[in-house]
Design a protein around this ligand. Structure first.
Ligand code: GLU
Length: 487
């Protein structure tokens, strides 16, 4: 059997991390077996349609490398690939009528006023939900004909018996059996003529020859109804893989409020697309060993959907930051510089020389987790921040305000005398001084670094900073340090 999977987003806005994971797993299930990965746009809910959202879908698939083999822009013989276009071919109505003929569906002409009186059954969240009472199932053929002729608005509902049970199989959750009495006669065709997701997903997955359906487990409770539709048509049910919920650190559903729920949010926060994909792959799936860093090609090779875990996955931004940092470390210098440049430009003076900027880029590369970290690492190079003289006190270096003042006074003339402000020369000179005096390295370097940067953490050592700042600026900062310590 040739594997065919589909990513079937609704164009409703940014791409949520949960959707991205579905897309990725669908892609991996197919590619792991040399199958076909298809894109289908599910736009039948016209009220939720957001302008520009289709572009976001294409852009995200492009940026993440999840290339579809078939879709609205790549015909593979199963089109149209957009549900609103499929609807125009009459496909959904044709199949709905087939179900009516089989007694598995029926016309319903109930108006809103009547339906409102039915909202009695509380759902899991305690909210009242509509549960249709099969009123229109009792209409005679003549009544139905007359209503249709009169142009009375209607929907088509699935006819689910009140007795018996329905069982369906999910790869992760196993066999799930529900009482039919628990299943609502859901709407298949809406009054605007559009199919519901509930109906379209079945018709489309079957007619587009989909073998594996990967989606969020919010669809788990409706799946028995889908299986009844497959059975009614006499179609094979695809393999279902319902994915566990993704939660935030507080174990609440990952929502917009968390600030990093969508792929776009994460890119805006400076994460790399590859790192996000790698991280998202591990939200519910793990390889046999403890390996964590995977390129997309490596994921294709390793991904075995039987190893998907059904316990909720926590989206851990700290872990993602770490992973992103690993990608930055492994990145080619040139590429890193190109991507870091806008952040360096924003943090450094406008006339900062290019060759120094490149040097700084190399220094921060292994020290940041995301590009926006650059600012806090390099801002002192442009301007010395105000700092607390307490910073001169360092237990391990055995320094305090007093020792620092005397060291700075000792090194100032040396730094005034030399004109060679290269790291190597400065380092050799200071080392000689340290040896002559019998000091420890940190005892001298810490106060110099503090005076030059006003920071506890810098992306490089004292002599590298001296080189970056140059003689004039370095001396001015050392003198300022002396002044501050003398107070
Ligand atoms: N259009 C649905 C969504 O975006 C797709 C669910 C599915 O994959 O079947 O949630």
């Amino acid at each position: 059997m040739k594997i065919r999977t589909r990513y079937a987003p609704s164009p409703t806005g940014k791409m949520h991390v949960g959707n991205l994971r579905s897309a990725l797993y669908e892609f991996l299930v197919a590619k792991h077996e040399g199958g076909t990965f298809m894109l289908r746009i599910e736009d039948t809910d016209q009220e939720r349609y957001v302008e520009g959202a289709v572009d976001i879908i294409y852009r995200t698939l492009e940026a993440t490398g999840l290339k579809h083999d078939e879709g609205p822009d790549k015909d593979g013989g199963y089109g149209p690939y957009i549900q609103s276009e499929r609807m125009k071919t009459g496909i959904y109505m044709k199949y709905a009528k087939e179900l009516i003929d089989k007694g598995e569906a029926y016309y319903c002409f109930c108006d809103k006023a009547r339906l409102d009186t039915l909202k009695t059954k509380p759902d899991e969240d305690g909210k009242a939900i509509a549960f249709y009472d099969k009123h229109c199932l009792g209409l005679s053929k003549e009544e139905i004909e007359a209503n249709l002729k009169a142009g009375k608005p209607f929907v088509i509902r699935q006819n689910i018996p009140n007795e018996g049970t329905t069982t369906f199989h999910d790869e992760l959750y196993g066999d799930i059996t529900v009482e039919n009495a628990e299943l609502d006669d859901m709407i298949l065709i809406k009054s605007d003529g559009y199919p519901t997701y509930n109906f379209a997903n079945v018709v489309d997955d079957h007619t587009m020859n989909i073998t594996h359906v990967v989606r969020g487990n919010e669809y788990l409770s409706s799946s028995p109804k889908y299986v009844r539709l497959y059975d009614a048509f006499g179609w094979d049910v695809p393999i279902y893989i319902h994915l566990p919920l993704i939660t935030d650190e507080n174990h609440k559903k990952l929502s917009k409020r968390s600030g990093h729920a969508s792929f776009e949010d994460l890119l805006e926060q400076g994460f790399l697309g590859e790192a996000v994909i790698n991280y998202v792959a591990l939200l519910g799936w793990s390889p046999e060993d403890n390996r964590e860093i995977f390129s997309l090609d490596e994921l294709i090779k390793e991904f075995d959907y039987h190893r998907i875990n059904k316990s909720p996955s926590v989206f851990d931004i700290v872990k993602l930051r770490w992973m992103n940092g690993e990608y930055l470390k492994a990145m080619d210098e040139e590429k890193f510089y190109e991507m870091a440049k806008p952040y360096l430009d924003a943090a450094l003076p406008s006339d900062y020389p290019e060759e120094k900027k490149k040097k700084v880029s190399g220094m921060v590369k292994t020290r940041i987790e995301v590009f926006p970290d650059i600012e806090g690492q390099v801002d002192f190079l442009g301007e010395l921040p105000d700092y607390d003289p307490e910073m001169y006190t360092h237990k391990k270096m055995k320094t305090n305000a007093e020792t620092s003042l005397s060291v700075l006074n000792e090194v100032l003339p040396l730094l005034e005398k030399t004109d060679d402000y290269t790291n190597d020369a400065l380092y050799a000179m200071l080392l000689k001084f340290i040896e002559e005096k019998g000091y420890k390295n940190g005892y001298v370097m810490w106060p110099i670094r503090t005076a030059l940067s006003g920071k506890q953490m810098t992306p490089c050592g004292a002599t590298e900073i001296l080189e970056l700042l140059g003689k004039e600026e370095s001396l001015s900062r050392i003198r300022k340090g002396i002044e501050l310590l003398e107070k």
